[in-house]
Write a protein that binds this ligand. Structure first.
Ligand code: ADP
Length: 259
């Protein structure tokens, strides 16, 4: 049917005009979700229309980070409607599609199906989707690469060697699939003591920057380990949404990604 064909073409080209930024890490707990949330908000503050997709099946933390812990998306004609957040960044999360205690038991095809539903949701005028991937190199990553061809990937790592070894595997997956690596972010780098202000390096320092140089990839910046980041994140108020000093490093990283 000619009419239907042209609608398909229109939808496809609308999708392909949208920039998909994948945020990945080799292992969990390095701050990938924190970086994704703040990156999405910082990009929105710089004038983009941003949507956030939380595909981290092992720990879908975006609803809490984005201050919409109990929100549930609705569906219209079987198409999901992203949930609005207080930060002007609509979002969908694996955590909204499944009860928290079930998520981890999902098999690959179910997780891939959920990713498809979220990516094909009604994102309206969004020109950029920030995609918080699960750690590692599993089914969700493969579906995302094959079906949605991200415009680029941002890799989050702590300065620790172990995280970097895992991060290299994640980098390898994107490189082999021809997805450009936008760069590496070193998170939890340098701890500022809240009482005396002294800076120490519990996870070492400079590891991600050295790895980036060695791999010939851009280094996007260092985000300090700061108790205010953790407290604000737990309260559903990402630092990049405010004007405090703890948001500055996130804004700097987002500027480089935005370029
Ligand atoms: P991942 O998505 O890689 O599993 P999260 O973003 O969930 O990691 O972060 C893990 C924990 O570390 C969270 O409690 C988060 O608030 C905290 N965190 C992340 N980055 C920082 C930082 N720069 N300073 C302080 N705490 C951080």
């Amino acid at each position: 049917v000619p009419g239907i064909t042209s609608v398909r073409v229109a939808l496809t080209s609308q999708r392909s005009r949208r920039i998909v930024l994948a945020v990945a890490s080799g292992k969990g707990g390095v701050g990938k979700s924190t970086v994704s949330a703040n990156l999405a908000i910082a990009l929105a503050r710089s004038g983009r229309r941003v949507g956030l997709v939380d595909a981290d099946i092992y720990g879908p933390s975006q609803p809490r980070l984005m201050g919409v812990a109990d929100a549930k998306p609705t569906a219209r004609d079987k198409v999901l409607q992203p949930v609005p957040t207080p930060y002007g960044v609509p979002m969908l999360s694996m955590g909204m599609l499944v009860a928290a205690d079930q998520a981890i038991a999902w098999r690959g095809p179910m997780a891939a199906g959920a990713l498809t539903q979220m990516m094909d949701a009604n994102w309206g005028p969004a020109d950029t989707l920030v995609l918080d991937l699960p750690p590692g190199t599993g089914d969700v990553q493969l579906t995302m690469i094959q079906k949605y061809r991200p415009s680029g990937a941002v890799i989050v790592s702590t300065p620790q060697d172990l995280a970097l070894i895992d991060a290299r595997r994640a980098i390898d997956l994107f490189v082999k699939a021809g997805v450009p690596i936008i760069g590496l972010i070193e998170n939890m780098a340098g701890y500022v003591c809240p009482s005396c202000g002294e800076v120490s390096d519990p996870f070492g320092t400079g590891g991600a920057e050295a790895a980036a140089a060695e791999l010939g990839l851009p280094f996007l910046g260092r985000i300090p380990l700061d108790i205010r980041v953790r407290v604000a994140s737990d309260a559903g108020q990402p630092p990049a949404a405010g004007n405090g000093p703890e948001g500055v490093a996130f804004m700097g990283v987002a500027d480089k990604v935005g370029d």
